[in-house]
Design a protein around this ligand. Structure first.
Ligand SMILES: [Zn+2]
Length: 386
């Protein structure tokens, strides 16, 4: 019994390893065998199976100068799909994404004043059904739905628990709803974790073994990737960088702590401070646009944001010593000035100074990153053998 379980596990593990390797670089069977340390025969058996199931395709011959040209393997973008659903306090965004991370179709709606979660779930289900029939996708190729939503979440049971300022969506059992409507399960994560999974598999985090993604929006969240795995904490409530204190004498936070990073560096906090200085701006985009044109007030707002975020980033680097810090959410819009100031602010203040450089940069810029990131929660499970 145990050996049957072990062999199933090893088979699944090898399939994940092969998928992940080919996602990064298309390659021949021989190159794959060298890269992952499996025999040619073992690679061939798994590859034949994956070609039959449509996930991998043969993409032509490689350009070697002599001898028989090997066939190059690639991920077949039509072989597997996932739905990405981003639930925000303003509305829901739903899309169909292929295994290579391309958005194929999308819909979305904003909440009306009296909308209940039940009605919104129905609308999400209707959107998914419309998208399936519009794109003529066989249900067998849909690997699941990834959902990003405001936390706290029970990511293991697929339940939205009790996010603040989102009362209609308390104790919503997403997994139960999706299982009853569709033949596929859902995987739930907060938006920072979803963004981190996109960056890890398809984006600017792919070349790193470890990074911390910091998402600044109405709140401040983090997605922590260690050894190419998302770190969630014991019960899935970890990575709350927004509620780490940068001033133990600071103002009280709803979480019970004082001087939390989020109280200083979330977008509403920036805008509130801007108001007290007589700077009229409506959001981060306007601040970044004006700073780029040399507006002194907006440059000062970015310098202040860089100072606060740096306090959190220095803590992250000293605690985890990751290879990179990725800035995401609203602040990934024109992040150059912010990144430059954070680099200046953090250099010389971390234990690793003079030993190695931690890369700090803005996250990937693609359209509908929120939807594609939500779908990547599902694909990450295929690539990581979860
Ligand atoms: Zn707090």
């Amino acid at each position: 019994m145990r050996s049957a379980r072990n062999s199933r596990y090893i088979k699944k593990f090898n399939r994940s390893l092969i998928l992940k390797s080919i996602l990064r670089n298309s390659m021949s069977r021989a190159e794959l065998s060298d890269k992952i340390g499996l025999t040619r025969a073992a690679v061939t058996v798994i590859i034949e199976d994956m070609i039959r199931s449509g996930v991998i395709s043969e993409a032509g011959k490689s350009n070697t100068s002599s001898g028989r040209k090997p066939v190059i393997l690639d991920i077949n973008p039509d072989g597997a799909f996932a739905f990405g659903v981003d639930i925000t306090r303003e509305g829901c965004y739903i899309g169909l994404v292929d295994i290579k991370g391309n958005l194929r179709d999308k819909e979305g709606f904003l909440f009306g004043g009296s909308d209940k979660a039940d009605g919104s779930l129905e609308k999400i289900a209707e959107s998914i059904n419309r998208i399936i029939s519009r794109n003529n996708i066989g249900r067998g190729r849909i690997r699941g739905a990834g959902i990003s939503a405001p936390g706290p979440l029970d990511v293991f049971q697929g339940v939205i628990l009790n996010p603040p300022n989102f009362d209609e969506w308390h104790n919503i059992r997403m997994n139960d709803f999706f299982m009853s409507r569709f033949s596929f399960a859902v995987n739930l994560e907060n938006n920072a974790n979803a963004y981190a999974l996109y960056e890890k598999n398809y984006g600017r985090g792919a070349k790193f073994n470890s990074f911390v993604l910091i998402a600044v929006t109405t709140g401040v969240g983090a997605g922590i990737v260690l050894n190419q795995q998302l770190y969630r904490g014991a019960d899935g409530f970890g990575s709350e960088i927004g509620h780490t204190s940068i001033d133990f004498d600071g103002p009280e936070c709803d979480c019970g702590n004082k001087g939390c990073l989020e109280l200083y560096s979330s977008v509403p906090s920036i805008l509130k401070y801007a108001g007290t200085c007589g700077i009229s701006v409506s959001g981060w985009q306007e601040i970044a646009d004006k700073a780029e044109k040399g507006d002194k007030g907006c440059i000062e707002l970015i310098r202040r944001e860089a100072g606060y975020l740096s306090a959190g980033i220095i803590n992250c680097i000293n605690l985890l010593e990751t290879e990179a810090i990725i800035l995401s959410g609203d602040i990934s819009y024109k992040p150059e000035i912010l990144v430059e100031k954070i680099r200046k602010e953090t250099e010389g203040k971390v234990i690793t100074r003079g030993l190695h450089n931690v890369s700090i940069f803005g996250g990937s810029k693609i359209e509908d990153l929120n939807i594609v990131s939500a779908a990547s929660i599902v694909f990450d499970r295929m690539f990581c053998n979860i």
